[in-house]
Design a protein around this ligand. Sequence first.
Ligand code: GLV
Length: 328
Amino acid sequence: MTKPKILVARAVFPEVIARLEQYFEVESNQLDETWSKAQLMAQLKDKQGAFTTGSDRIDGEVLAACPSLKICANMAVGYNNFDIDAMTAAGVLATNAPDVLTETTADFGFALLMATARRLTESEHFLRAGKWSKWSYDMFAGSDIHGATLGILGMGRIGQGIARRGALGFGMKVIYHNRSRLDAALEAECKASYVSKEDLLKSADHLVLVLPYSAQSHHAIGAAELAQMKPTATLVNIARGGIVDDVALAAALRSKRIAAAGLDVFEGEPVVHPDLLSLSNVVLTPHIASATIPTRLAMANLAADNLIAFFTGKVPPTPINPAALATK
Ligand code: GLV
């Protein structure tokens, strides 16, 4: 029997490619070339399945060019690179990689929060530049984590992991805002109180963004929201670029409207707005919140599990749009 053809759109672990090769005729971008949309469509046009990452956009144009495509398995929990409505209409199943990255990503959210509040990278750059000549009482004074109010916007699994770390590890008061309120038992377990978005902005000493990107969350933090935050506040974004208006944030950081920001994601990444690059009160990392080898391997294997289940007649473990199965 001929094996289904799949495309692995980016370089991934060789052992995952080897696993996929047991089931599929695999074409993979192991050289990790940056493909244009036209190149992606050319590579994908004769394939039945795709292993994608958050950088690979699958929209109506791609779907129209790839009539054999039946499933796209994203090696990411976020899937704003997928046009889900177009995929469902075309009968293309979308899957993502939730759960396996939750704790690793929550660890990183906390690391970025601490680095930002305690001015870790700024002080390290100062030291490396040979500028440290004497101790002084307020040198790189930052803001406390312990006992502070931690605000979380977006209280899914990763938000809950950050809440637990803050409340249980650092004695923080945790407040959150989310589309829907957690049930009482989960709120109690996370030691988190539900507040309005306005109260979250006004009360948080540290505000961490963990909500998914969508048209509704585009620029959820812009000039108006930044104006409501404490001047001593820090803002951390480990969610998606575009949730924060980067230009408004750079202006707020420059004028010290808020104290500092930690950003792992950017509008238009991998390009970072030059205004952010020139500021010292921002910690910048290249979208690495889930980047530990065991977690990235688990994410890749979960994407592979979805492809293998789909083509062997089993139920894929983490479908996003099961309605697509009824379409084709
Ligand atoms: C990373 O950003 C992911 O969505 O998994």
